[in-house]
Design a protein around this ligand. Sequence first.
Ligand SMILES: [Fe+2]
Ligand SMILES: [Fe+2]
Length: 159
Amino acid sequence: MAISNLQSCRPGEGGVSLTSKKLLDLLNKSIAREIQVSVQYMWQHVQWAGPEHFAVSDKFEDIAIEEMKHAEKIAERLWYLGGIPTTKPTPIIVGGGLWPMIDNDIKAELEAIELYKEVIKVAKQEGDNTTKFIFEEILEQEEDHHDFFTSVKEGKRRK
Ligand SMILES: [Fe+2]
Ligand SMILES: [Fe+2]
């Protein structure tokens, strides 16, 4: 496709999408879950109770902010590629008490890791190196989050 044909490629302009619907849908699925975990972890930070929760409360806030930055980064990419970022999160599960929260969060991070490996695979198949690079960076942070939540749980087991 000639570059000149791509110049008006923006939503609402009847432009030509720069990428496949499959990849655009995966990016929107990723945004939905980034919004989910951003709110989920921030409300877990807000709803802390007891000394065990106090020890990790600030970390919930830090991770929540990182997740919102992921949502922004993916939304910027999706918009550039001709899609419209969703405003709807996947279901938010705050959970009652620290340990149910941690179990929910480990599950959420595992889902993110699985989804982002899929995004990287599809982006690579489509020759979209930038999307691939963006998700490789995000994936590294999701693995850090997974490591943190599983380490908290591991600490409980060792008592
Ligand atoms: Fe994230
Ligand atoms: Fe995460």
